[in-house]
Design a protein around this ligand. Structure first.
Ligand SMILES: [Zn+2]
Length: 261
């Protein structure tokens, strides 16, 4: 007899499985990223059709047979409908999903990443949320969660925090102006922007989104978090390029400010 397990799960990706079903990539807080077959879910009114939607978050009952997971029944927790309706937000969610599929594996507990992802989608679904603010938090926080925490204490040489600091996305360290010398690849940022990085990396999940940033600081911080994730994971994300294209089509975006923030 097949074993039955119960878990919450959110759909990161789905492809068609024959005429009537879907193959789902699901993030479970307990089991990591797992492949789930949702048989018959494509049929109109099928019991698991809502839970098989992209980004649908459900309580799932799965049967496990020969190392494969099958969706038997489901109860929707949140469909993140507001995110799915908005092409910019949806493309950002696809980028988050691609990052998760890169850094998570099966049978690896993913409690922190699951909470980060579902909380990020919840915040993203609000009308007045700037997607770039959510992107900065997600990119920076997930790197800390998987063990790529930057050295946040201050200048890597003297531990001071000056009004203007420099961060290297390649080495994950800060330098003060005195110790920057002729080092390359450092991005200038204010002490308060540095404090925002520290906050996002270390704050408890409950208060993670409870702060504000100026547009200027946000532009610098997304430049940093994006470079940090690409350089540390040593890969590009096609979903990020797509999201940025959608963002520049939908919103008026100011060009990055070359001066330090
Ligand atoms: Zn220094």
């Amino acid at each position: 007899m097949a074993q039955i397990i119960n878990t919450d799960g959110i759909v990161l990706k789905r492809t068609e499985a024959g005429d009537s079903g879907f193959y789902l990539k699901v993030l479970s807080p307990v089991y990591g990223t797992i492949d789930v077959t949702a048989r018959g879910a494509k049929k109109q009114g099928a019991k698991n059709s809502a839970a098989s939607q992209l980004l649908a978050c459900s309580g799932m009952s799965l049967s496990v047979s020969k190392g494969r997971y099958y969706l038997e029944s489901s109860e929707i927790i949140n469909s993140f409908y507001n995110v799915r309706l908005d092409v910019v937000k949806l493309s950002l969610a696809a980028y988050f999903s691609q990052i998760i599929l890169t850094v998570c594996t099966e049978n690896q507990s993913a409690q922190d990443i699951y909470r980060l992802f579902t909380n990020s989608l919840y915040m993203l679904g609000k009308d007045d949320t700037d997607p770039e603010f959510i992107r900065f938090i997600f990119e920076m926080r997930i790197m800390g969660d998987i063990g790529f925490l930057p050295r946040l204490l201050g200048c890597a040489e003297c531990y001071r925090t000056e009004p203007l600091m420099y961060f290297s996305p390649k080495s994950g360290i800060f330098l003060c102006p005195d110790h920057l010398g002729d080092e390359h690849g450092f991005i200038g940022l204010s002490a308060s922007a540095m404090e925002a990085m520290r906050y996002v990396c270390l704050k408890d999940m409950e208060h993670l989104f409870s702060f504000r940033l100026s547009q200027k600081a946000l532009r610098t911080l997304t430049q940093i978090s994006e470079k940090y994730i690409i350089l540390q994971l040593d890969r590009e994300f096609d979903t990020l390029s797509y999201y940025k294209r959608m963002l520049s089509d939908m919103y008026t975006v100011c060009p990055p400010d070359p001066s330090p923030q």
